[in-house]
Design a protein around this ligand. Structure first.
Ligand code: BMA
Length: 316
């Protein structure tokens, strides 16, 4: 029987749009890319895992954001364990945000330290040269991204600390900073649900918060633990434009999940994992990792997504 459900996002027919065979140097896999629009191109900051198991970031550029990717011949941002011991086991899953008041891109990434993953920040103007700010949140923490705007003079960041206390759940938090270096005002923003929910026990931010007329749009992942492993699916939430500590709406149902072979089977099965999206007119382009094994693209209408959240989302 055909599933007649109207999907919010459509997979690109050329998926996966980037696979390890496209990487111009030896690697194990490519996945979980950050996305930005600059100089008339789409830029992806690919997570590439080498054959030791450590990840680094490499820039790929394309005019149409789908094909003819120009992938840097060498890694763009590599771990620097001598100067940054927190990067001993690699750097992963970047999210990039253009920070309006300094006119630079913030690259927030997971630094895989030997004391567990933590959140690090670097700044760049062109994705060629980077200035590391360094670790901004201690372990264990990942899935972080900045807002492009300031709130009452403070920068804001979403992130996902991992509580040591069993059963406490892993939730999305929000924190604030006067200078991008010192972070405080920590509070839980979006909680993982419990029990049978698709997003029970563990959630995390996917793409960076996107400013819309109706609020900050969040795309987040929920991790469902099953007897045969985890399933990573995606949901939506909307935060108040002026006060991002206020959740306005949240989807009850997931809006995207692993279905195709490149999402179902890979180094880690049953994973869709976006770290970036771009907006061109009304078209939302979600760049996501498939099964920790490739980069894929799904598109949707921003108006359609907001409409769906208004009608089907839970008022928070
Ligand atoms: C998460 C992150 C992602 C990864 C996912 C599935 O914890 O580490 O990088 O894609 O697991 O393995």
């Amino acid at each position: 029987m055909k599933n007649s459900r109207q999907e919010l996002f459509t997979r690109h027919p050329d998926n996966p749009i980037i696979a390890v065979r496209d990487i111009p140097y030896p690697a194990n896999t490519v996945f979980n890319a950050a996305a930005a629009r600059l100089e008339g191109e789409t830029l992806l900051l690919l997570r590439i895992e080498d054959r030791r198991g450590f990840s680094h970031l490499t820039a790929a550029r394309s005019r149409d954001g789908v094909s003819s990717w120009k992938i840097e011949k060498k890694p763009t941002l590599t771990p620097s364990p001598e100067r940054h011991p927190e990067e001993t086991w690699g750097i992963e899953d970047a999210r990039v945000t253009f920070i309006e008041d300094i006119g630079k891109w913030a690259v927030v990434y997971t630094a895989y330290s030997d004391l567990a993953p933590l959140v690090s920040l670097a700044l760049t103007g062109d994705f060629r040269k980077f200035k590391r700010i360094g670790p901004v949140l201690p372990p264990e923490n990942k899935d972080a991204a900045l807002f492009g705007a300031k709130f009452s003079g403070r920068y804001a960041m979403l992130h996902r600390p991992m509580p040591a206390c069993p059963g406490a759940g892993a939730h999305i938090w929000i924190s604030f900073s006067p200078d991008l270096k010192h972070w405080g005002g920590h509070r839980v923003l979006l909680r993982a649900r419990q029990g049978g929910w698709w997003d029970a026990n563990k959630i995390g931010l996917s793409a960076p918060p996107l400013r819309t007329d109706e609020g900050w749009l969040l795309l987040y992942h929920g991790v469902r633990a099953t007897v045969s492993g985890s399933i990573y699916r995606l949901g939506l939430a909307l935060l108040d434009l002026d006060d991002p500590t206020r959740v306005i709406r949240r989807s009850d149902e997931w809006v995207f999940g692993p279905e195709t072979p490149y999402e179902r089977v890979g180094d880690v099965d049953n994973v869709v994992f976006p770290c970036g999206w771009t907006l061109r007119g009304d078209e939302l382009r979600v760049y996501y990792g498939g099964a920790d094994n490739c980069v894929a693209l799904a598109t949707g209408s921003l108006a359609g997504v907001l409409d769906w959240l208004r009608n089907r989302g839970r008022q928070a």
